[in-house]
Unconditional design. Sequence first.
Length: 158
Amino acid sequence: MSEPLRVIAFVSVGFILLLVELLTPGFGITGISGIILLIIGCYSAVKLSLFWGILTILASILLVVGFFKLFSRSFIWKKIRLDSQESKEKGFSSSEDLSGLLNKSGVALTTLRPSGIALIDGKRVDVAAESIFIDKDKKIKVTAVEGNKVTVKEKTEV
């Protein structure tokens, strides 16, 4: 195969592999192979002639950028892109507000070593003990709430 045809083949196959990668999930072997073939094609073009090398590099960049711009407006992209947003207004929440549990008492449902499950205000809550170990069925008190981390200590009877 002549050198100019080899350059065209490398760039074309590289571009096709990038298209295949775009339509399949993940950044896998096809995307990496496509990038490598584009680089080899551009390098081969520079070896052939500086003018053709620069032209090939510019054409490759324009082709890839142009395709991505066109593809982002296509119906295929609209079908595979996730449009919905999970916002608080729509009822979604990344974590439950546990700040109301501060200074509440409960019972350890599992042995806390140092983490486990406790029953506080009738709700099962993942908790972490201040100390290393709290036995199952011991009374506990919530000492701190930071985000979704609830810290407890064993409640002493007075």
